[in-house]
Every structure is written in C-alpha cells, then in structure tokens.
Design a protein around this ligand. Structure first.
Ligand code: SF4
Length: 549
C-alpha cells in the first residue's frame, strides 16, 4: 500500500503490519505463528502452503497517492478476490487506507470496496485484529466485532511487540522502517483534497513510545528508519494556541531525534518525510531551529517533502490550501540554507521536495503557468529541490473535492506541464544537486538487465542507472557521469579500468568512446603512473579509477 505519510512498498515496511503483528502477539499468538508476506512474494507463489492452514488472513491495502515504483506493485482488487477465494473457510479481513476507497490512478474518484468473502474494516485494522482475538466469538464471527480507532497507548505496545515481523520482509535486513509520530491534521481549516483530517485532530505519540519502538526494531536488526507517518514533522507536539497553525516546539524534536540516536546508535539511515511549508513560513525561527536539529541527528540525503499543491493563488484560496507561493518560497530558502551542504554519502544534507496537485477547484490554464514560473524562479535563484512530484488529484469520499468534478478537466495541459517540468526543471536541478564526478555512497543494486538500476536506501532516493549488469542486492559506490530527466547515470566507484566493460570506461568523465578504445588497448596497467605514461590527458579520470592486477 501507499499512503502520503506511510509507505509500504519495498524497501519500506509501513507500521500497519508491525502493529497488527504486535496486537496478535499481545493477544497470546506466538510470533512463530505469525507470517508476513508482501503481495509480490504472493505473486511469486510464496505462501501457498500456509493458505489452507491459517486461522486468519489480514490484507493491508490501498493507494492514496498512486505512484510507480521500481520494485513492488501494490495489491489490486482482483488479487484481493483471488486470495479470498483461495482462503476457503478462513476469514479474510481487509483494511488499511483502502477503507477510504480504492483507485489505481490520479484524476479519478476512489470507489468503495465491497467484495464477496471479505470482511472490510472501516476503523483501524490493528484495533480490529486485537479485538477479534480478544473476544471469544471474534475469530469465528469477525463481523460481530465493532470498528473503532486505536489509541496511541495501544500502538505504543503493539509497535514494540510487533517489531519482530520486519524479519519476514523480503529486503531484510535492508528494510526501511516507517515511524509514526502522529496522524491527523492540526489545522483548523482543511485542504479540499486531503484524507488526513478523516483521522481527526493531531493525535501525537509520546516521544518515549516512538523511541521504545525504535529500540525494539533495532534489536531485531533494523538499521534504516524514516520518520514518515505524520503530515508535518515540524508540528510534532506543537502547541495549539487556537490559530490555524500550531506553534512548533524545537525541544520536542531535539528529544525525539536524540532518543532515536541513542536507541539505535549504529543506524545507517535516519530520514524524514513530510513538512508543512506554512508552518515553516509562519514560524521561521522555530522552524530553522528544528531544521538544524534534524541535520544534527539525521543522515544526509534527507528530504522534507512539502505539499505545495499549487502556486495559483486562486486555487490556493478555492481549496483552502495551506500556503501561498511566497510562503513556500520562504520554506524552500530556509531548508536550502540549513541543509544545502553536501553530506558524506554524496548528497546534500536536507533538501525540500515539492508536491503539486492538479485537478483542484478553481484551476484554469493559467494555473500551469503559475506553477511553471514558480519552479523556474527556484532554478534561477540557485535553489535546490530534491524532487518535484506532480499528480492529478484522486477524490476520496469525505473530502470536499469529492463533490467537485474537476479532476480531469485539464488533462492534456497536465501532461504537457509535467513533461516540460521534467525537461526544463528536473534535469538542471539534478545537475546542480549532484554534479558530474560526485561520488554517491552505498547504492543498492535492485533491478538488472543491460542496465542495472539502484538507489541509496533513503527518503525519496535518487534512481541511478549503471550501464552494466551488476550483482543484485549489493551496495556499491557510484560516480555520477550523466543525467536522465529524473534519474542519473553512474559507474562503480572506483572503476577498475583493467577489468571494466568498455561501456563503463566510456562513461568516465570526459572519456567517451574514442578515448575508451585507447584505454582498452593499453590494458592492463600496473598503476596510475603507468596509465599516465602510456596515454595523454588522463589526469582528470584518476580520482575515479583503480587498477586491479
Ligand atoms: S494541512 Fe492540508 S494537506 Fe496538510 S494534513 Fe492538513 S488538510 Fe492535509
């Protein structure tokens, strides 16, 4: 499943399966009798042997912000039905974000899920599972159990108890654990498209509960964490003073991050997800302090994803969006100022990400012009944005946009705008963020054919294409050599020029096909001096190569 603040696509594991496993354990089920599988594992035939033997099947599903992923495709309704049929008499419970409706792509309305042989959970699935196991009749007759929301004290217990389940994840131990600090929206007025207010007011978890969960996950081998499940990390434990925006509390973030680092001293990644640009623009001093705390404790390559949605003031007003474009600009400047320095994994410490949504009320052809000009302004001001996400709204029941019929109106202009941003903004932004010759550390090779695609394990990782077949699930360092629209080309660092395939040698900065042929002719080289003695003008590649004999 994917959800704006809670991702469950590999290498991520969302909190849902961890909480559910914890609720099961709390109700006396031995961890040995709890099995977690991703839908991709089921597609490959795994789990068939347990289908007939299991007492209960729980499906976690839903796509709130449908995206395309390098590995992993969320479950679809046909597959849910297939599992229910194969389960026979075993109760099958369905929950997660799908309770709000199902849609496979932006621009459409989500449809209610009503399927045969499935028990749909309208409340929190972890609470439902706890309750059916706690009641004597529940497992035999799950429909007698009420739907309800879980409390933060319950997930404090279940999160820590269910940490063991990360060991079932196909990417374990390289699995990114999403951490929840709160859900619900603290604003008084809500954006027309957003499902977060359906969770109610901000429901903050205690710092010690989050830290205890990290300690438990760390104990089971977790080394990658993203503080992802909240609409605005800068507002964690913020003070509600009665206005539209609560006042951030830097001391809470300091305690949270310090606690996580002491509970998981050798963690490899600690990243964040969402930040509200209106919080940052409204409280610049507190927000700058928070950004500095994040940079002090996190790992580099971090992204503060900001929901800008639109730079068109008419759309902002018509949909009660959180921030005008000037506010977003201030927030982007602040994050660049605090987080723009390059970290030891090759990427800037902390950069903003921007999300745009099209198909909102009040949109016109002019909206696309406003949005493009805003992005062009960032480029011209030497600012960096790690990622620009552009999508069409998906309308969910319960949101104000559900009543409107605007989502698909400017579809053609939407496609053109997206294409223009990819070419004229994304690519120069990438060139600025990771210039040729930058070395990116710990890129995991994930998919391979004649080109291998890999990524660092991160919040919004950069896609790297390596023009060679590389062993999968291995981490390598990569020298940046070129750019696609939203990805980069790279070669292993340092490149062993005595053994590398010709295509990789041709990719070395400033080499190309002709000089690659000269290098190949002179192989093997004893050392760098030997290379310099045999070929002219090779000094610029020395930092990126090695010679193994
Ligand atoms: S500020 Fe808007 S987008 Fe953010 S959580 Fe609240 S309603 Fe949703």
């Amino acid at each position: 499943m994917d959800e704006p603040a809670c991702l469950g696509v590999p290498p991520y594991i969302s909190p849902y399966p961890r909480y559910i496993a914890g609720a099961m354990a709390e109700q006396g089920i031995s961890p040995d009798h709890i099995q977690y599988l991703t839908i991709d594992q089921v597609r490959q035939g795994q789990g068939q042997d347990i289908l007939g033997k299991t007492a209960l099947i729980v499906i976690i599903a839903g796509m709130t912000v449908p995206g395309r992923y390098l590995r992993g495709t969320p479950i679809n309704p046909g597959e849910i039905s297939d599992i229910a049929r194969a389960a026979g008499d075993t109760p099958v419970v369905l929950g997660g974000p799908i309770r709000l409706g199902y849609g496979s792509q932006g621009g459409m309305k989500a449809i209610a899920m009503d399927m045969q042989d499935i028990i749909p959970v309208k409340g929190d699935i972890e609470a439902f599972i706890n309750d059916i196991l706690a009641s004597s009749a529940g497992l035999h007759d799950p429909e007698t159990v009420a739907n309800r929301m879980r409390s933060t004290s319950e997930i404090a217990k279940w999160g820590a108890r269910g940490a063991f389940v990360i060991r079932h994840h196909p990417d374990y131990p390289h699995v990114m654990c999403e951490l929840e600090t709160y859900r619900g929206c603290a604003r008084q007025n809500h954006c027309s498209f957003c499902t977060e207010p359906l969770y109610g007011d901000a429901d903050f978890r205690e710092i010690r509960d989050v830290v205890c969960e990290v300690e438990a996950l760390y104990g089971y081998g977790a080394r990658y964490f993203r503080i992802g499940r909240q609409p605005d990390l800068f507002s964690y434990l913020a003070k509600d003073t009665g206005g539209d925006m609560p006042v951030p509390r830097p001391e809470a973030l300091e305690q949270l991050y310090r606690g996580i680092r002491s509970a998981a001293p050798d963690l490899r990644v600690l990243h964040m997800d969402n930040a509200n640009p209106a919080t940052i623009a409204s409280y610049p001093d507190e927000s700058e302090e928070i950004a500095r705390i994040i940079v002090k404790y996190h790992t580099p390559g971090d992204v503060a994803a900001m929901g800008m949605e639109s730079a068109d003031p008419r759309v902002v007003r018509a949909n009660c969006l959180k921030a005008m474009s000037d506010d977003v600009l201030e927030a982007v400047r602040l994050i660049n100022r605090v987080g723009g320095a390059r970290g030891d994994n090759g990427l800037p410490e902390l950069l903003p990400g921007l999300n745009f949504i099209h198909g909102l009320k009040g949109e016109s052809e002019e909206t696309f012009h406003h949005n493009f000009q805003f992005l062009k302004g960032l480029l011209d001001s030497d600012l960096m944005v790690r990622r620009i996400n552009i999508r069409q709204v998906m309308a969910f029941p319960g949101t104000r946009i559900w009543q409107e019929d605007t989502a698909y109106r400017y579809h053609k202009q939407f496609i053109q705008f997206k294409d223009r941003v990819r070419k004229e903004i994304d690519r120069p932004m990438l060139e600025r963020m990771v210039p040729v010759g930058t070395v990116l550390r710990d890129v995991m090779c994930e998919v391979s054919d004649s080109i291998t695609f890999g990524r660092q394990i991160a919040s919004y990782p950069l896609l790297v294409g390596i023009p060679a077949t590389m062993p999968l699930k291995r981490f390598i360092d990569v020298t940046v050599t070129g750019y696609g629209q939203r990805s980069i080309t790279g070669i292993p660092y340092p490149l062993d020029i005595n053994h590398a395939v010709p295509r990789l040698i041709g990719e070395l900065p400033g080499v190309g096909k002709k000089r690659a042929r000269s290098i190949l002719k002179g192989r093997p080289y004893r050392d760098k001096d030997d290379l310099l003695a045999q070929l002219e003008n090779m000094g610029n590649i020395l930092p990126y190569i090695t010679m193994k004999n």
